[in-house]
Ligand binder design. Structure first.
Ligand SMILES: N[C@@H](CCC(=O)N[C@@H](CS)C(=O)NCC(=O)O)C(=O)O
Length: 287
């Protein structure tokens, strides 16, 4: 069988092929949703910089000191005469949306959408992330400005609680690169070692307080879901906005403690648990 024309670069995991990172997961959902012909190339976190640079794909995020922060996802189209590399999840969504009908897939940005909820405002939009600032991506097309804004606000909300996932995330680092990954994260945080970082993030009381705040912090987004007969933001018709939220839910479903994830799924009338289950069963495929 011919190799698929699209190569999707996602973060390598242990066990293999159990992806978790929010932005690549938005893209994985979008690839499956549009029935795109793709295969995954797995990249260890410390190698992202080299892989991205080798493909001449400019960084779309910056560290606080202004230096480039090379990230995934990337999507490489190997179609002869139309080869290109895209390096941001929203640009990739736009690319896929334009081709979805030809692949027999669904519309990521449905033309008849009421765009309900896309004006969501995150309570954390102005808060420092504790790490590199979020990329405030321009919309790749003018009519997608509200999706771009929604993406930024959803990123701000979930980023505020990402510390809840840090300890368990280390279990997903592939053994061959785990030490390098931990050293990289410690260096970025300005502490001598991963253990120092976990000494701070792993404090049980602090963790509990952040988990309690997580319920309040996600209430605004949940209320937009609750206004429609779900499971999607607009009710019955999914759009890329749901995949943005779904990308983050994938991360928390993987790395919250089991009982915390179960509790999270009961919050706000269960809107996020329901959304996660539907997206996983319909659009989660790893290939
Ligand atoms: N605006 C970018 C953000 C991508 C991003 O932040 N990716 C994270 C994973 S969710 C990453 O690659 N992190 C690698 C690292 O921290 O070294 C997009 O939407 O594609």
């Amino acid at each position: 069988m011919a190799s698929p024309s699209l190569v999707f670069y996602d973060i390598a995991t242990h066990p293999q092929h159990t992806p978790y990172a929010p932005n690549p997961s938005k893209t994985r959902y979008a690839l499956n949703f549009t029935k795109a012909p793709y295969r995954t190339e797995w990249v260890d976190i410390p190698d992202i910089h080299a892989v991205r640079t080798a493909l001449a794909c400019p960084a779309t995020r910056k560290f606080l000191d202004g230096s480039d922060y090379h990230t995934l996802p990337m999507l490489r189209d190997t179609t002869p005469g139309a080869a290109r590399v895209l390096g941001d999840s929203l640009d990739i969504a736009c690319f896929l949306a334009a081709r979805a009908a030809a692949w027999g897939g669904a519309a990521l940005f449905p033309a008849d959408s009421t765009r309900h909820g896309l004006d969501y405002s995150s309570p954390h939009i102005d808060a420092p992330t504790g790490g590199p600032p979020l990329s405030a991506r321009e919309a790749p097309a003018p009519d997608l400005a509200d999706y771009a804004r929604f993406n930024t606000h959803v990123d701000a909300t979930f980023t505020a609680y990402v510390a809840l996932t840090s300890e368990n995330m280390a279990r997903a680092f592939p053994p061959a690169s785990a030490d390098r990954t931990k050293a990289l994260f410690a260096q970025r945080a300005g502490v001598p070692s991963w253990d120092d970082l976990m000494g701070f993030l792993g404090d049980a009381e602090r963790h509990k307080a952040i988990f309690r705040a997580f319920e309040t912090g996600t209430a605004g987004l949940a209320s937009l879901y609750a206004q429609k007969e779900g499971p999607f933001l607009e009710g019955q018709t999914p759009s890329y906005a749901d995949l943005v939220v779904g990308g983050w839910l994938r991360m928390f479903s993987q790395f919250l403690e089991h009982d915390e994830w179960a509790e999270f799924c009961t919050w706000h009338g269960g809107v996020f648990g329901r959304l996660h289950d539907v997206l996983q069963s319909q659009y989660w495929e790893v290939r």
